[in-house]
Design a binder for this molecule. Structure first.
Ligand SMILES: [Zn+2]
Length: 327
């Protein structure tokens, strides 16, 4: 049996897996999770995985890796982690000729066509245009944005395109968002959208609105501060955390709507990343969707776009495997 090898390379952890791709959806056979920094490069990690799982390299039809950083000429440099992902190096290390390298959001976009209904939470059912583009947006350590284009004139095979939209300018819409924008601009000269819509962004919002005053006594310098703020907000422990999450959710919905406009995502908008599943109660209050839809005169278009939260945390890996089976 021929299999594909897939990887989801993150700044902290990396998932490697093998998949049977004979059906319509890649079926996972093996999975291992590694600490990214434990290896000098992803080639060494992939070779270790192949050895530990006793995989015959001749059984691997192709391999595909999604990496959390910009990809250029088959090489990705992870954002904020000194690890390089080099497709040619990986090919040599595992003895597989066909190794593809994608941006992590491109890989996530390739998972969308094969996601099962129990792997998503529907925020807005809408009416998906089967020919329409699909947009993916994922707030985590940063903010990732990509789109999957489907065009029958090009044979119907979906093609994902990455972006560095997270580094684009934050477009404030309300007085409170203008205050956040002004605070970030004073500090850094400019406010990128991912400085608001990301884990660190949630902490930035709390700080901009209330300095370090927090009833949940959260130390904003701790790396897990964003998780503590969202937990405190969902539990109602600190009114400032509640407000910060509320502002975050509105800004997230508005940016998802901006991405839908820019990509004409009539095929659907999918919200990935680690934050969304944890804050589902806040995403379902209506604040996210009302900000998403408020794009006059395109309100009707945005009303019809399906909006889904991706619940499967292995979706990036699945997407990398699906890319192999599509090509
Ligand atoms: Zn607080």
């Amino acid at each position: 049996m021929k299999i594909v090898l897939a990887g989801d390379v993150g700044g902290t952890t990396t998932r490697l897996g093998t998949f049977d791709f004979s059906g319509t959806r890649p079926q996972r056979l093996a999975l291992r999770t590694y600490e990214t920094r434990d290896f000098s490069g992803i080639a060494k990690m992939a070779a270790t995985f192949v050895r530990d799982e006793r995989i015959d390299p001749l059984s691997i039809a192709s391999a595909c890796f999604g990496a959390a950083g910009p990809v250029s000429n088959g090489v990705a440099q992870l954002t904020n982690t000194p690890v390089r992902v080099d497709a040619a190096e990986i090919a040599r290390a595992i003895g597989v000729a066909n190794v593809a390298l994608l941006n992590d959001l491109e890989a996530l976009a390739y998972a969308v066509p094969v996601l099962a209904s129990d792997e998503v939470h529907v925020l807005q059912a809408g009416h998906a245009d089967p020919e329409g583009a699909v947009a993916v947006i994922a707030a985590g350590t940063g903010l990732g944005e990509a789109a999957l284009y489907r065009d029958s004139r090009l044979g119907g095979r979906p093609v994902a395109k990455a972006s560095e939209g997270g580094r684009a300018d934050f477009a404030a819409r309300t007085d409170v968002e203008i205050l956040v924008l002004r605070t970030l601009t004073w500090a850094h000269g400019r406010a990128a959208v991912e400085e608001v819509i990301s884990g660190p962004g949630l902490a930035n919002i709390h700080r901009a609105l209330h300095a370090a005053r927090c009833d949940a006594m959260i130390d904003f310098d701790r790396p897990d501060a964003p998780e503590m703020i969202s937990t405190s907000a969902v539990a109602g422990q600190c009114k400032h955390c509640v407000e910060a999450l509320d502002v975050f959710v509105g800004a997230y919905g508005a940016e998802a709507g901006n991405l839908a406009l820019r990509t004409v995502a009539t095929g659907g908008v999918y919200i990935g990343g680690g934050i969304a599943p944890r804050i589902l109660p806040a995403l379902t209050t209506g604040k996210f969707l009302s900000a998403f839809r408020a794009k006059h005169p395109f309100t009707a278009m945005l009303d019809a776009i399906p909006v889904n939260v991706i619940l499967n945390e292995e979706a990036g890996l699945l997407g990398a495997a699906n890319f192999c089976s599509l090509t």
